[in-house]
Ligand binder design. Sequence first.
Ligand code: CLF
Ligand code: SF4
Length: 508
Amino acid sequence: MTKGTLPPVAGLPPAANCRFGAGCASGDGLLPHGVEPALPPEIAAKIEDHPCYSEQAHHHFARMHVAVAPACNIQCHYCNRKFDCAGESRPGVVSERLTPEQAVRKVMAVAQAVPALSVVGIAGPGDALANAEATFRTCALVARELPDVRLCLSTNGLALPEHVGAIVAAGVQHVTVTVNMVDPEVGERIYPWISLRGKRYRGREASRILSERQLEGIARLAEKGVLCKVNSVLIPGVNDRHLPEVSRAVRALGAFLHNVMPLLSAREHGTYYGVSGQRGPTAAELEAVQDACGGARLMRHCRQCRADAVGLLGEDRGPEFALARLSGGPTADAAPGRAAHRTAVARRREQLAEARARALREVAGVGALRIRVAVATKGEGRVNEHFGHAREFQVYEASGEGARLVGVRRVAQYCVGGEGEEDALGGVVRALSDCVAVLASRIGRCPRERLREAGIEPVQEHAFAWIEEAVLVHLRACAGRAARGEAAYPPRPEPVALTPEGEAREVA
Ligand code: CLF
Ligand code: SF4
């Protein structure tokens, strides 16, 4: 072994040691966080401020959804019409459905208050293209008022082929298509029916038609230069083994990005799957399928947002902009604020690139050591959230090659109204059970003790540092301890199987 290199550490849960072996850097195309695969400049320009299409951008830019699309033309077994479109949204009632005119009023109000706003999306609560008139009118109104803000649509794809021309004409450059199967035998376990040109189709035929039209639509979008993201809902036992084939098929047609999301299923949602007991995947199952789908452009930072979400991903400021709270008066031009924000982000990105390069030099000698670290952040790419205020943790995998985001774990907030919630703390500890450390700007005494008991090192010394740099500096510290013959990190209890929301789950 070369001086300064370390073997994988025995006794760690598999996730904390190298899971990728020699293929990590080459075979599956996984890249360290912050390193986008080389893209043609015109594509890079299209994603640099889109928080969903670029993982880097999600630290700095906000999206808002306008709920102008209530109807749907298909039925998914994971959807209940009372709830947001589960293909793009976390189940939860949309607070208010909007007309295009109301939507643009809301967009103007958000633009005033949120200079980070870069994208306006239509993602339900039904299907954007099953409500084509309202969708395209909204696009036209938003484009007229805020020409520097991107337009984004989400659709199940059934009505996509005949709307590609309208999408291009509306100036929409980003379209998400939810594709859960390319095999109608799989599809008939997901879709009971579709409705096309006034006729209802059921069973395998419904899925065959849906799949053909989804794939045709994706190919046409690619031909027209519209960036297409494919969302797939991972349904254990239904399409888990099938999704790599979906990934290959949609990429072959020109899809830019694949986003594999966990099925959110609970009896109280009133969905077919919820009522029939179909479970969602564990965090490990989700990650395994994401890895199997591979490819450099696999989205791992999706938050399954509501169809009326506002703010950075992971933040929902929607209630602040309810119609009843809008003043209705004229609004000032917010474009200079957005331009200033973009300039500030460009500066931050330069600083981040310097910090990344510095940190990579620091970890050059850590050998095969590979760890997982959870980070509390509220944006800007920094460790800048208190442990007790975090409602999610970003999980990074760090090695000598760099740091990359592997997932986001949602948790119940531990500190509410100044009081620590014991149950919530237990949930956070379980959700982070595959991590050797948690980095936050501040961690209280109680959670520090509890984290240590669970073998997770509480780390506050990187408060306000760049995330990547902080994660890599922590890796270096672990390596240094091991080089001195000490434990690289606290002893690890047995990991538990977790849902992607951080709940422990029995797995047969
Ligand atoms: Fe919205 Fe979707 Fe556009 Fe993003 S969300 S319409 S592409 S602007 Fe993003 Fe939210 Fe995940 Fe969607 S995090 S659910 S992928
Ligand atoms: Fe529900 Fe969306 Fe499926 Fe339509 S496409 S049934 S709104 S999840």
